[in-house]
Each structure stands twice: as C-alpha cells, then as structure tokens.
Design a protein. Structure first.
Length: 384
C-alpha cells in the first residue's frame, strides 16, 4: 500500500516557524544579562552530571539529594576558593601599587639595570631610537596609574550594585546547576527531540558539543590551575614580589596554546639574569622549561586525549577571539564554536561525497574508514 504524499507546507506552517524563531530570539535576549551565569551552570552540569548520576544510584535513586551534595562540593572546592583568591589578588595588587607609589619598586631604575646589562650593539640600537628617556617613561607610567585609579574610584562608587549583581548571577548559576544536575538527562532528551535536524546528524553535533566542553574544562582549567599554582610557588620560593599576581597571570596565559606561561616567566628570568641575580634567573628558567612547561605537556594529553581533534592554530585563534568578544567566558565559547564549525562542515563534506543526506549506516561506514577513530569519550557522552 502506497503511503500518501505529504502535503506541502502552507503559509500557516511558515508563520509558525517565524513565530518559533522570534520567541526563541526574545528568550535568548532575555537571558543575556545572565549569559555568564547560564553558561557556567550548563558547563558545571555537563562536567559533573555523570558523577551525580552515580551518587544518585548509590543513594537509592534520590536525585535531589545527589544534586544537592554535588552542589555543596562545587561550592567548597571551586566557588569559595575562587572568591578568596580574588580577594587576596586585590590585596596583593594594592600592595604592589603602594610599593610603586612609594618608590620601593622603581620601574625606570629596573629598565636602566636591564639596559646596562645589554650588549653594546643592543645599547647602540636603543640609543639610536631614543628609548633612553626614562624620565618621560616615569611620567607616562604615573599617568597610567592615575587613570587606573580614576577607573577604580568609579567602580568603587558602584560597589554595592556590583556586589548585588555578582550575588544574583551566582544564585542563578547555582540554582540552574542544581536542576540540570538532577534532571539534565530529561532536559537533554527534550532539547534533542525538538531540534529540527535528522536524528543521526543531531546526535553527532550534540555529542561534539559535550565532548568539547568537557575537554576544554579538563584540559584548560585544570592545566591553568596547576601551572598557576606551581608557578606562583616557584616565584614565592625565589623571593619575587607579587608571587600570587604572577601565578594568576601564568594561569591566565596558559589558556593560550603555544605561548602560554612563557609570556610571564621568560621576561622575569631574563630580568633576573640581567640584573645579576644569576642563580634565581637560572632556577626560574630551568623550572619554567622543565616544571611549569611540562605540566602542560603531561596533563593536557592525559586529560583531553584526542577528544577535540582540533588543530592547535584553530584552538589558539578561537580562544583569543572568544576572550576578545565574550571576556573570560570566551575561553569556553570560542573553542565550542570552532569545534561545531568544524563538525558542521565535516558533515557537509560527508553529505556531498555521499550524493545526499547521510543515513546512520553511511556515517558508521565512513567513520570506520577514517584515519582517526571515534574516541571513547564520544561514545560515553551519548551511549546507544
């Protein structure tokens, strides 16, 4: 018996489609003030939902208890230490500023020391381009500090509003995280079923999204914390002022592939060597190469494996662009967008090569012939 032909779409169908798009865009616009809170809530749920499911099984299926316990662990292990770190960082930056203002840290004198240790050829090059006007440098540095203080004063005037906004965002994130940890599987199925894509293509994209989020957090945040912590301890043991600040900077710069923490410890090691602190400079250079640098080489492949399978230059550009557009949230958003871009165009290539929309069997055959096999993390993310 022949199946009746599906009637063509009517103007009412197109009207409903437009309505869906408008309502969705309005909802996204409504969430924009809490974009960061929603993003981190989703990320936390993706990372810790498998562990929450195991806890729920151990507690006899009590998902609310498991989600609440996981939320308390997140507060104790991540959120509260991050807040305390921010407070300590503000105090350290204030101390360094007071030392600069009081003359205990003399930037022009430090530059003069570096210049005196340079070879004569470099000194002549500096003199030729007129880079020895340290008094002008002092004035420029003072003007920069003054501008920074003006901006800081403006922020302090709205400190109450800023504190309330932070607490509201934190509350939204924790509230969302609890429900996603408890009912994330059900919400995930609802979203996947509503997506206007063929099921096998939809599952590929959703799986890729989950894999990239987990890989980014495991391979980026864990490495950043480890490198920042070890780097800060090394700076402190060497007696370098502002070790907490330098550690945080190394953790931040470790988000950038290829260059990473070298942007911090290489100039510092060069300054120590140039100013006669030979053993401190040598120790810092050695630790930078074989301790701080090896953390990235050891931990990142172990934690990430081949989950993302993105070229390093794509990760670097996506991370930098994400940080530029979205701020701190960009180190997640950037790689996720890049990974989905690669996944979509990979599917498009497979569709083109198969002369039509790929079916699940065709996808499996192409994946078996591919050079890079599907990772275990991809299978675990969405088991059949």
């Amino acid at each position: 018996m022949e199946q009746p032909e599906r009637p063509p779409y009517t103007i009412e169908d197109y009207g409903f489609g437009v309505l869906v798009i408008l309502v969705t865009a309005a909802f996204v616009w409504l969430l924009l003030p809490y974009f960061g809170a929603v993003l981190w809530g989703v990320v936390a749920a993706i990372l810790f939902q498998p562990l929450t499911a195991k806890l729920a099984t151990r507690f006899g299926g009590r998902k609310s208890l498991a989600a609440g316990l996981m939320l308390l662990l997140l507060l104790a292990l991540f959120i509260i230490p991050t807040i305390l770190l921010g407070v300590s960082l503000v105090q350290e930056v204030t101390t360094i500023y007071e030392k600069v203002r009081g003359g205990q840290i003399d930037i022009p004198h430090m530059l003069e020391q570096v210049r005196a240790a340079l070879p004569e050829s470099l000194e002549r090059l500096i003199d030729r381009y007129g880079l020895t006007d340290f008094e002008n440098l002092r004035r420029q540095f003072g003007a920069g500090i003054a501008n920074g203080l003006q901006g800081l004063a403006a922020r302090l005037l709205s400190v109450g509003q800023g504190a309330l906004s932070f607490l509201a965002a934190l509350g939204v994130m924790l509230y969302l995280t609890f429900f996603l940890l408890r009912d994330g599987d059900r919400y995930g199925r609802l979203i996947r079923d509503a997506m206007p894509l063929r099921p096998h293509l939809r599952d590929r994209l959703v799986s890729n999204f989950v894999i990239v989020v987990r890989a980014t957090m495991k391979g980026t945040v864990v490495v950043a914390v480890a490198q920042g912590l070890v780097g800060g301890v090394i700076f402190s043991l060497l007696g370098i002022d502002g070790s907490l600040l330098w550690g945080v900077m190394m953790g931040f710069f470790s988000l950038l592939p290829a260059v990473g923490t070298g942007l911090v410890w290489v100039p510092m090691a060069g300054y120590l060597l140039a100013t006669g602190h030979m053993w401190q400079g040598a120790v810092l250079a050695f630790c930078g190469l074989f301790v701080i640098g090896m953390i990235d080489n050891i931990l990142r492949p172990t934690l990430v494996g081949r989950d993302t399978r993105m070229p390093d230059f794509v990760v670097l550009i996506a991370t930098l662009a994400g940080l530029q557009i979205f701020g701190l949230n960009g180190f997640i958003v950037g790689p996720v967008i890049a990974a989905l871009f690669i996944a979509v165009w990979t599917l498009m290539r497979e569709i083109k090569n198969s002369d039509g929309m790929l079916e699940p069997d065709a996808i499996e055959q192409q994946e078996e012939r591919a050079e890079a096999p599907v990772s275990d993390a991809e299978v675990a993310a969405h088991p059949s």
